[in-house]
Design a protein around this ligand. Sequence first.
Ligand SMILES: Cc1cc2nc3c(=O)[nH]c(=O)nc-3n(C[C@H](O)[C@H](O)[C@H](O)COP(=O)(O)OP(=O)(O)OC[C@H]3O[C@@H](n4cnc5c(N)ncnc54)[C@H](O)[C@@H]3O)c2cc1C
Length: 384
Amino acid sequence: MSSFDVLVIGAGPAGLAAAILAQQAGATTALLAPRLEARDRRTVAMLGVSVDILKQAGIFAAVEGVSAPMRTMRLVDSTRRLIRAPLVEFHASEIGREVFGYNIPHAALVSALEQAATAIGVERIDGVAASIEPDLDAVTVVTGAGDTITARLLGAADGRRSPGREAAGIGVRSWSYPQSALVVNTAHALPHDDVSTEFHTETGPFTLVPLPGLHSAVVCVERPAEAERLMGLSDDALAAEFERRSHFLLGAIRIDGPRQVFPLTGLAARKFAARRIALIGEAAHVFPPIGAQGLNLGLRDAAVFANVIAGHLADPGSAAALSAYDRGRTGDVFTRTAGVDALNRTLLTSFLPVQAARGIGLFAMDRLPALKRAAMRRALAPHL
Ligand SMILES: Cc1cc2nc3c(=O)[nH]c(=O)nc-3n(C[C@H](O)[C@H](O)[C@H](O)COP(=O)(O)OP(=O)(O)OC[C@H]3O[C@@H](n4cnc5c(N)ncnc54)[C@H](O)[C@@H]3O)c2cc1C
């Protein structure tokens, strides 16, 4: 049997970051997860404070070279509706920053975090949690191989179907959208100029996110049947479809890698900690890939997790520590969940007053620099 102050279950980016920061905070930390080959070709846009967290975890330098800076966010109303929003551009320079963040390949991010966790002395245990038993003084985990691990605090970063969340007895609200996201990397003729462009359509956003050089990741949110049709197209036909949807903004497009389709779902845990277990990343919240929120929130979970541990080193799983974590995450997670949900639904609705409200909101933001700056600062969550 091995014992630790903190055990994190799950080696996705949120769990790895949580384990590194917990160890940095002074807790003896172990990480339990199966070791999987990184095959995910998706990229994740890490904004504002997330970049600071990656720097604190000591891994930003390792991924910077394969990532692209994002200096401008452009929103284009591509609907054919009666009331359309104006084109709005948000420039990082308007709030005195060089960049909003970086678009980072998911596989490179996970690999850099794995290396940093090993380097800092996190005990990596390959395997799965077969049973999780929270008790008064500790949580006991038995692995699939039959080994027993105890910890004062368990960080459940074990994904959307989280066994840790179930052991904590925390319920969820979950929902789905009538949409899927087709994700693929592309090469193109014209430079993106470090601009991320989101075309809003009646079926969801079509987003071009910069990658290094003449490359961009495409996230195309569509009705599931249309996403399936796009999956079935030849590379040339899909590229032509993207050129049309992007109004030839990046010139000729070439498909550069395999495609993936993700059904759009949402999930929100009813609380963030109970019974010596704290929820981290998608165990606590799942977002549709709109507005680049999911992992940004996951990294902020990891940062707050470590702050709470640093303040409760004598017993990081105590009731006081758990309620500090719950308080520290509730506002951030709930406001982002509501914001992304509302944005997506205003695109899908054919109800005129809602379309008008969205248009007026973006119009006001375009004309009122103070409002625009406040929205940008809020999006980057600099309060941590
Ligand atoms: C198309 C798409 C685009 C996205 N773009 C962005 C973006 O631009 N910006 C952004 O911030 N977010 C984005 N996201 C969201 C982001 O990708 C996720 O939030 C993030 O990858 C989730 O990481 P995680 O560590 O919480 O969970 P996961 O990566 O799901 O990790 C869960 C881990 O738990 C382990 N596990 C599960 N069960 C057990 C068990 N019983 N025992 C041990 N281990 C277990 C798994 O093996 C895995 O290691 C996007 C998502 C999608 C689908």
